[in-house]
Design a protein around this ligand. Structure first.
Ligand code: S3P
Length: 170
C-alpha cells in the first residue's frame, strides 16, 4: 500500500476528505485537478474550452503515470476512473477508496457549481444519467467503497483512516 486515491462522482467530497485524511494520517495531499491546473497554468474550464475534454483526459492519465514516487493522498477528478488504464495504475500503486454518495446528496453540492465544465453544460437529468453510468466504474476502480450518505466529513475521514491503518498493519 503506497498512495491513497479517492475516487467518486463530482461533489462526492473527495477534496474535502482528502485534505482531512492527509492531516489525520500525516501524509502529503494532492488534488489532481489542481496539479493539472498548475502544470498547464490554466483552469480546468479553460483546458476544456481550449483543447477539449479528450485532451484533459490524456492529462489525467499522464499525471497518474508520471506522478512522483511518494506516499501520499490523491483526490482524483470525477472522470478519472472511467479509463481502464487509470483504474489499473491506481490499483497497482495504492489503496483506492470510492466515496459513494447517492445522487440527491450529490445534487445539493453541485447544483450551483460555476467551476466544473460538465456541470455547466448539463441539465440535472443528464448529470443524473452520467452518475448512474459512471457508478460501476468507481466500484471497479476501488478496493473499498464507503457509503457516505448522512455521514459528516469527520466520520468519513475516520472511517477511511481506520481502513488504512487496518490494512497497513496486516
Ligand atoms: C470532472 C470532475 C472534476 C474535474 C473536471 C471533470 C468529471 O473534478 O476533473 O471538471 O468528469 O467528473 P471533481 O470530481 O473534483 O469535481
Amino acid at each position: 500500500m503506497y498512495k491513497v486515491y479517492l475516487v467518486g462522482y463530482m461533489g462526492s467530497g473527495k477534496s474535502a476528505i482528502g485534505r482531512r485524511l492527509s492531516f489525520a494520517l500525516k501524509l502529503p495531499y494532492y488534488d489532481m485537478d489542481k496539479e493539472i491546473e498548475k502544470q498547464m497554468n490554466m483552469s480546468i474550464s479553460e483546458i476544456f474550452a481550449t483543447y477539449g475534454e479528450e485532451y484533459f483526459r490524456d492529462l489525467e492519465t499522464k499525471f497518474l503515470k508520471e506522478f512522483r514516487d511518494e506516499q501520499c493522498i490523491i483526490s482524483t477528478g470525477g472522470g478519472v476512473a472511467m479509463r481502464e488504464e487509470n483504474r489499473r495504475i491506481m490499483k497497482r500503486t495504492g489503496l483506492v477508496f470510492h466515496l459513494c454518495a447517492s445522487f440527491p446528496f450529490i445534487w445539493v453540492r453541485i447544483a450551483k457549481d460555476k467551476r466544473r465544465p460538465i456541470v455547466q453544460r448539463s441539465t440535472k437529468e443528464e448529470l443524473e444519467s452520467l452518475y448512474y453510468y459512471r457508478r460501476k466504474y468507481y466500484f471497479q476502480a476501488a478496493h473499498i467503497n464507503i457509503k457516505t450518505d448522512g455521514m459528516t466529513l469527520r466520520q468519513v475521514t475516520e472511517t477511511l483512516a481506520f481502513h488504512y491503518k487496518r490494512l497497513k498493519s496486516e
